[in-house]
Design a protein around this ligand. Sequence first.
Ligand code: B12
Ligand code: SF4
Ligand code: SF4
Length: 403
Amino acid sequence: MNEPSPAQLTEALRGEAERLGFTLCGVVRPQPSEHMAFYDAWLESDYHGEMAYLARDDARQRRSEPATSFPRARSIVVVGHEYGNQLHRSAQDGSRDGQSGNAVIARYAGGNDYHSVIPKRLQRLLAWLDEETGREVRGRVLVDTAPVLERELARRAGVGWFGRNTMLIHPERGSYFLLGLLMVDLELEPTEPFSLEHCGTCRACLDACPTGALLGRDEVGAPVIDARRCISYLTIELKGPIPAEYRAAIGNRVFGCDICQEVCPWNERFAREGDPAYAPDEPAESLIDFAARLLDMSEKGFQRAYAQSPLARPRRKGMLRNLLVGIGNAFRAEAFDSEMELEALTVLQTALSDAQPLVRGHAAWALGQMAGVSSSTALLRARQSVESDPYVLEEIHRAMPAD
Ligand code: B12
Ligand code: SF4
Ligand code: SF4
């Protein structure tokens, strides 16, 4: 049997990738990054906040030369895995205006963690390459597991363009897809890069971002984000308290944010149902029930319960912090019946004596938002008399009505 040519292999590979659920797939050579000057300037502006792993010098070097992550690499296969489940969810639960009592989780995170879903399938793609070529193809799978500018490679592989919201967007699929890479020691034919930019004069994402994280394009056309303001960063990556100025804008989003994708006309028109691996098992849960459940768990119990879910990342205390911000927002924004109010107060009282200062501090803030409820002030006063943590005392002080 004749060995397939690089072009035949690429074509067959794309077909196999599609069978594995990767509706987007392209191939690039492991050339040095073209975007390091932009990346360095972005770090220089401190837009990465506490994500120190992005700024480490050795990792910076490796970003500039993708091949350092797998020196044998002759080709890089880039795949996109769609997760656009519950496409019309925001219209149903009011997640866009933050007025609902339900906890909103970003679409990519409702089901299984993509860091385990995508690698398993890319390993199957690698095994398929063995069969197809009749030799042992060596490869490395990367899904956020090495310092690589994944979107730059994906654009070069033809997967999409950089939208003003910084997301890579495909003209027939939108942007609800995750990226994965397979580096191989095999020569494949590179696919056509994506060279057009289809945002035009649209600014919908910039106008909709509730925290002003999207700063528009710079002088060379690169989209800029101040990650420190992004709800995704604030609810997933940030370890400590959420800065008070952003809490109201977070609404009921307790893990990540999809607003700048929800308003994008390319998603409104083209996004499809994603892979079932990312679909949530349960319908949306109320903020109060969710918080009550986590307050009852230890960190170990939480890690067990969320072992397969992206929600494990911020840990129990981070998720509770986010839920308490959501509860404060929900009760400030809407009038609830007295039964719900009582349920909220019970949860906040428990949170106010949690072992974690981060949880107690955000419970105090949430009580401060329930300005019309007299018992919320009584709870704050009671905690103030026994609290010793300076951060929590500060939150209680700010939450108390002025005398
Ligand atoms: C750090 C990080 C974040 C940070 C910072 C986000 C950001 N926009 O940089 C935070 C926590 C905020 C975040 C949020 C989200 N993230 Co994130 N994140 C990453 C991560 C790990 C690194 C990104 C990075 O290096 N950022 C720094 C900037 C400078 O790099 P960049 O975004 O690649 O920017 C490029 C452009 O600016 C471009 N550029 C430079 N010069 C020029 C010039 C021109 C003319 C042009 C057009 C472009 C251009 O080059 C830069 C480098 O390639 C990547 C995975 C990875 N390893 O790449 C996932 C990744 C980008 N995230 C992803 C997702 C899904 C999200 C969220 C949607 C999750 C959610 N629902 O909450 C949000 C989206 C928020 C948003 N609008 O960006 C996906 C994006 C898939 C896609 N279709 O684009 C990725 C690729 C993860 C994955 N494996 O799928 N994320
Ligand atoms: S994910 Fe949300 S907060 Fe972050 S840039 Fe987009 S709209 Fe703004
Ligand atoms: S909302 Fe408009 S400006 Fe923003 S990424 Fe989509 S098309 Fe581009």
